[in-house]
Design a protein around this ligand. Structure first.
Ligand SMILES: [Zn+2]
Length: 326
């Protein structure tokens, strides 16, 4: 049966033939998870960023997967905390195919634009220390994914669900054997220590309607547990999907309401922060050290970035509506 991650563990089994691997983004524990599917063709879901390459390689070796064994690497989307290490992992595991949404594939083959846009958000220091170098993935091993595709692992299968909203090229992945779904960031992030489920609504592609529709898609396909990239398993599918939808709607409303008074990004972020803190306090143990968890929340689903993503969503929506009227 699935269980929550044990503090301090690097790898832990989550369900039938699925092991979670702490990918230790920037050396940080319990921020980012990858998953190994045991199969005739062993498969890694999510590589973590460039700073994860060493810990992931170590974990795979510990699990008996050597350089020539790994057959597939699948990423839910190209954001650096999920796929920044894909090129370097592909170099170390020379037989692995690298699967990514067709719209993400060009950016793994040539990460120049991906790196430039991340650097604008994060700055030099965090690019180096948190995310690390981004190597291009070999084009001859890149495999583009589309909605409804199936990846055959020999004795189990991964079904691909188009799940835009967090990003337009986001996919969720269904394991045929366990019925678990790898959710990437489609439902937001879950911090098990708090616990809190927080929407992930970054620019430039956050779209509320698509985000909600994608969560409903995941709900329909999940036959057991949800496996978050941040971080680990959640067992109550319906409750988690309901909460993820409710929070995303609340956050979008809060920023939309604030935009009637101001366009100032700092003010929008401040309004959203109030809501986000309430989300934590109503779900958390009173004794928790929130400051210690702030770095994790900021790096995985920062309030400023989320507020900007939602504001951009509203502006695009208004432009669309204005264009329809005229
Ligand atoms: Zn993420």
């Amino acid at each position: 049966m699935a269980r929550e991650a044990e503090p301090g563990s690097v790898i832990f089994q989550v369900t039938d033939g699925v092991t979670a691997i702490d990918t230790f983004m920037g050396g940080r524990e319990r921020y980012t998870a990858g998953y190994l599917l045991e199969a005739r063709e062993p498969t890694l879901i999510e590589t973590g960023p460039g700073t994860s390459v060493e810990p992931v390689t170590r974990a795979l070796r510990q699990l008996g997967v050597s350089a020539h064994d790994l057959a597939h690497v699948v990423v839910t989307h190209i954001h650096l905390d999920h796929a920044g290490g894909a090129g370097a992992i592909a170099a170390r595991f020379p037989r692995a195919s690298v699967w990514v949404h067709e719209r993400g594939a060009p950016h793994l083959a040539d990460p120049t634009r991906l790196v430039a846009s991340a650097a604008r958000v994060w700055g030099e220091l965090e690019m180096r220390e948190v995310f690390g170098p981004v190597e291009p993935a070999p084009t001859d091993r890149l495999r583009p994914l589309h909605d409804g595709d199936a990846i055959d692992l020999g004795d189990r299968r991964i079904d691909v669900l188009d799940t835009p909203g967090h990003a337009s090229h986001h996919v969720a992945l269904v394991d045929s054997r366990s019925g678990a779904v790898f959710t990437g960031d489609a439902l937001g992030i879950h911090v098990p220590d708090l616990p809190v489920l927080r929407p992930a609504t970054p620019p430039p592609e956050f779209d509320l309607e698509r985000y909600v529709a994608s969560i409903e898609t995941i709900r329909r396909h999940a036959r057991s547990i949800l496996l978050f990239a941040h971080f680990g398993p959640l067992t109550d599918v319906d409750h988690t999907c309901d909460l993820a939808i409710r929070r995303a709607r609340e956050w979008t409303e809060v920023v939309g309401d604030a935009m009637r008074e101001t366009e100032d990004p700092e003010e929008l972020a401040a309004r959203l922060e109030e809501t986000a803190l309430r989300d934590i306090q109503t779900g958390a143990e009173a004794s928790l050290d929130l400051e210690a968890l702030e770095d994790r929340l900021r790096l995985l689903s920062g309030i400023r970035m989320n507020a900007q993503g939602i504001a951009r969503y509203w502006r695009k929506k208004r432009e669309r509506e204005a264009a329809e009227v005229s």
